[in-house]
Structures are given as structure tokens and as C-alpha cells.
Design a protein around this ligand. Structure first.
Ligand SMILES: Cc1cc2nc3c(=O)[nH]c(=O)nc-3n(C[C@H](O)[C@H](O)[C@H](O)COP(=O)(O)O)c2cc1C
Length: 311
């Protein structure tokens, strides 16, 4: 049985994963926790924490809140900055069999370009995931992912700066990811990933104030799964005719093998798991094994047979 999946068919070297289970950005740090090393080698790929040009300490506390079937977070991209990542973590990643995708976040187009340029040719970096859900300070703080023109601009600029496989991670907050998916695919993205978190909030009724210091946060976990699945399905139908060689990575509330299979059948070539890593650190391995077991039971010889089966 073959569970390998290709995430960059348009790229000269491709980005072939041993299986379709990838760790989502921000839920696994940089993979340096010793307890996670055993898991790393069984997964398809790891996406590291969103990384910026300079170190960031993130937002004020409280910055997370548990919700019904999910969580809100407003971490504010706490990270050590790209230079530390390149110096300290990439030499370790270079020793791993499992590819590491670096998630980058910029406040300007130039920052995205600089981040991609710095990562070029660095051993241990298998690809770049561009997080367009960050505020563009020059455009008054609207997120890059909010409209197709700014997604096209970021994608085109990063594409020019890097030969690495390029994934553009889309925001769900406009309600329809199809326009930005098409913009990314037409501007040179090798793949698109979706969804990032959905903006939400909570109120502390005793303090009569928003719970999160940032007021709003991003909702993730099982609560977002049906929305994420619908968006992946819509994008898959759109890209199938317009950009058949641009795969989709499905993200949002995947907690078990059945969830993963739903995303694959909705047209995702791989899935990312985020929030579940906090409550079940073995989820990744369980999902890999559960998907394999399903394929075996159903007599499916190649995972490609089920990708997009529900379209
Ligand atoms: C605590 C936390 C931190 C996150 N940090 C990032 C980040 O730095 N960059 C990014 O692109 N997405 C980030 N995300 C979004 C996840 O990668 C993912 O898109 C989202 O949580 C939906 O998947 P899930 O429901 O499986 O968690 C973060 C999510 C959480 C919960």
C-alpha cells in the first residue's frame, strides 16, 4: 500500500511526504522537545512555529482560552526570529528524515522576501509556508490574506526570492477561500494550505471584559472542522479545473483518522494537525496508523485513489 503524497508536483524536486500527516504551525514549536522526537520520524512533515525576521515576545497574557470543542489563541507570533532558527534549529532538522517546512510571517512584503531569501539554500529546510494571516502594516493593518491582490503580491514576491517548495497558507476569515487560493496558485505557489484560525472572542462575565488581552483570538480545534472541510472542498473543486497541479493541505480540527480521511476525500493531498497536539501528543501517529488501516480494510492500494473521492 502506498501512502506517499506529493505536495509540490510543479516544483523541480517536488516535496514528497512518506504519509499525509503534517504538524500544523504553532503547535509543536521547532520540534526540539525530546519527548516529541520519537514521533517526528513517523510523520509526513513538520511545520515549525510562525517565524518573523526579528524575535517577538508575543501578546500580553491571557492569550489562550478553552472553548466548547476548541480553543482561542492570540499568541502574537512569539518566536526567536529567523536568525536563531537558522543557526540553532536547521542543523538539527538536517539530520532528520522528516521534512521541516518553515512557516514565515512578515509585516511587510519586503519582510516576507527577506525571510525567504535568508532560508534559501539552508540545509534542513524542506519548504516554506507563507502565513498570509498577518497584518500588513503598510496597508493599515489589514491582513495580507484578506484579499486576492495582496495574496498574489506576497506569493509573487516570495516566489521570486526562493527556489524552495512554496506553500501559501490561506485565511478563512473572508468566508470564501476560493479567490485567494486561485490568486496564490496563479502567482507561483506550489501548494495551498487552509484553514488558519477563525477570528473569535470570549468575555469574562465577572470582569465584564474580553478574556483575551488582545480582545480577539483565533478559533481552532474540532469546532472549526466542518467549516474547514467545506472550504477545502470548495477550493478543491475550483483548483481541480484551474490548477490541477496545485495540491491542497487541509487544516482545521483534525483529531483522528476519520477526520483526516474526510479532508483527503474533500480534495486535500495531506492534512495538518494543530490543536489536538496539546491534548493528545500521540495523535499524529494514531492518525497515520488509522488512515493506513482504513485503506487496508477498503482494499485501497494507493492513497491517491481517495484524494478528492468526494468531489
Ligand atoms: C496555539 C496556536 C498557535 C498557532 N500559531 C500559528 C503560527 O504561528 N502560524 C500559523 O500559520 N498558524 C498558527 N496556528 C494555526 C494552526 O497552524 C492551524 O492552522 C489552526 O490551529 C487550525 O488547525 P487545528 O484546528 O488542527 O488546530 C496556531 C494555532 C494555535 C492553536
Amino acid at each position: 500500500m502506498n501512502v506517499q503524497t506529493q505536495l509540490a508536483p510543479r516544483h523541480k524536486n517536488g516535496l514528497l511526504l512518506r504519509n499525509p500527516v503534517v504538524i500544523a504551525s504553532g503547535t509543536f514549536g521547532y520540534g526540539m522537545d525530546n519527548t516529541k522526537i520519537a514521533e517526528v520520524c513517523r510523520l509526513g512533515a513538520i511545520t515549525c512555529k510562525g517565524t518573523t525576521l526579528r524575535p517577538r515576545s508575543g501578546n500580553e497574557q491571557p492569550r489562550t482560552l478553552e472553548t466548547a470543542s476548541g480553543m482561542l489563541n492570540a499568541i502574537g507570533l512569539q518566536n526567536p526570529g529567523i536568525h536563531t532558527v537558522i543557526e540553532e534549529y536547521t542543523p538539527i532538522w538536517a539530520t532528520w528524515q522528516t521534512p521541516v517546512i518553515v512557516n514565515i510571517a512578515g509585516e511587510t512584503l519586503e519582510e516576507f522576501v527577506e525571510l525567504a531569501t535568508l532560508l534559501e539554500g539552508v540545509e534542513g529546510v524542506a519548504g516554506i509556508e507563507v502565513n498570509v494571516s498577518c497584518p500588513n502594516i503598510i496597508a493599515g493593518g489589514a491582513v495580507f490574506g484578506a484579499n486576492e491582490q495582496s495574496v498574489a503580491d506576497v506569493t509573487t514576491s516570495v516566489r521570486r526570492a526562493t527556489l524552495l517548495p512554496l506553500i501559501v497558507k490561506l485565511s478563512p476569515n473572508s468566508g470564501d477561500a476560493r479567490p485567494t487560493a486561485l490568486a496564490a496558485a496563479s502567482s507561483g505557489a506550489d501548494a495551498v494550505s487552509l484553514i488558519n484560525t477563525i477570528t473569535g472572542m470570549g468575555i469574562n462575565i465577572h470582569k465584564r471584559r474580553p478574556v483575551l488581552a488582545n480582545i480577539t483570538g483565533g478559533l481552532s480545534g474540532p469546532a472549526v472542522k466542518p467549516i474547514a472541510l467545506r472550504m477545502v472542498y470548495e477550493v478543491a473543486r475550483e483548483l481541480r479545473s484551474a490548477h490541477p497541479l496545485v495540491p491542497i493541505i487541509g487544516i482545521g480540527g483534525v483529531s483522528n483518522a476519520n477526520d483526516a480521511l474526510e479532508f483527503l476525500m474533500a480534495g486535500a493531498s495531506a492534512i495538518q494537525i494543530g490543536t489536538i497536539n496539546f491534548t493528545n501528543p500521540k495523535a499524529g501517529i494514531e492518525i497515520v496508523e488509522g488512515v493506513e488501516e482504513f485503506l487496508l480494510q477498503e482494499g485501497v492500494e494507493d492513497i491517491a485513489e481517495i484524494i478528492g473521492a468526494a468531489l
